[in-house]
Design a protein around this ligand. Structure first.
Ligand code: ADP
Ligand code: MG
Length: 265
């Protein structure tokens, strides 16, 4: 058998196994192996590493698409000096993602604009980078999706969908009051993930006022909080809104500039 027919067979094997990156890299790697007198081990390891990297990259891209994270900001973009109520050590610990491994929930609680979504989404990016299945939704979106699923007879598959990701981010719980049906859907999502998968949740409501979101139903609010808090990290953020901060800084600068202008004239 000639070298060239072996080569053709090897190309065919790689094509059959859909190892396109390895197939593309094959000629250059064969050349290099011959020149550098690589062992069979070393050659095969290097060729497979090309394919492993390509598959890993594709997997990360597909995880990132699936996650639907609404902004590109990562935890590294968070300015801790602007928000002294957030403990950088706690966020660094969360960034290790150990909380996802033991199905701990993270609750970000605070008024609008303090960085709750940014931190939850930052955790989402870290989880995707670590190869974890992650999904972002708002409470309102989740409610609408469950409502459609109920109408279209897809309730079971939809519940299975929300049970799937290792990390489920539920943003903006409490901004809109949830009708009874939506509250029940959210409750079921939280219940079925209990002790199995993490939820990172953001809310503007202090825990004491959760009864108000769930259609004034304190039973469902209490049962949901029990499950959410049993194994959880609560991040209370009570600083100023970051958006307002930059507005204020701009307004102050404008005022100073105008005042200076006024003083000259
Ligand atoms: P929340 O969800 O609490 O309402 P967001 O996370 O949406 O607040 O933050 C509002 C805006 O301010 C976003 O554009 C966010 O990226 C930015 N932001 C908030 N806090 C910080 C911070 N500490 N460092 C950098 N940007 C921040
Ligand atoms: Mg938000």
């Amino acid at each position: 058998m000639t070298d060239s027919s072996d080569y053709q067979k090897l190309r065919a094997h790689l094509a059959f196994l859909r190892m396109t990156a390895a197939a593309e890299a094959l000629p250059a790697h064969l050349d290099h192996a011959a020149k550098a007198k690589l062992t069979h081990f070393a050659f095969l390891e290097r060729l497979l590493a090309v394919e492993v990297d390509a598959v890993d990259e594709r997997r990360k891209m597909s995880l990132a698409r699936f996650a639907s994270l609404p902004s590109p900001f990562t935890l590294a973009d968070f300015d801790f000096s602007a928000q002294p109520s957030v403990d950088p050590k706690l966020i660094a610990e969360l960034a290790t993602l150990r909380f996802v491994e033991d199905a701990t929930n993270v609750l970000f609680i605070g008024p609008p604009g303090v960085g709750k979504t940014m931190l939850a989404v930052g955790l989402g990016h870290a989880a995707v980078a670590a190869g974890m299945r992650t999904y972002y939704t708002t409470a309102a979106e989740l409610a609408a999706c469950c409502h459609r699923a109920a109408l279209e007879g897809r309730w079971t598959t939809t519940m299975r969908f929300y049970a799937g990701p290792g990390l489920l981010i539920i943003d903006e719980v409490g901004y809109l009051p949830l009708p009874a049906e939506a509250a029940a859907a959210l409750f079921q999502v939280v219940s079925q993930r209990y002790l199995k998968g993490s939820i990172a949740l953001t809310t503007n409501l202090g825990i004491a006022s959760w009864g108000n979101v769930f259609n004034g139903d304190p039973m469902i609010a209490g049962a949901m909080l029990d499950r959410l808090l049993h194994r959880s990290v609560v991040v209370n953020i009570d600083g100023d809104s970051y958006r307002m901060r930059s507005h204020r800084a701009r307004a102050d600068a404008t005022r100073r500039a105008t005042a200076a202008g006024a003083a000259i004239t």
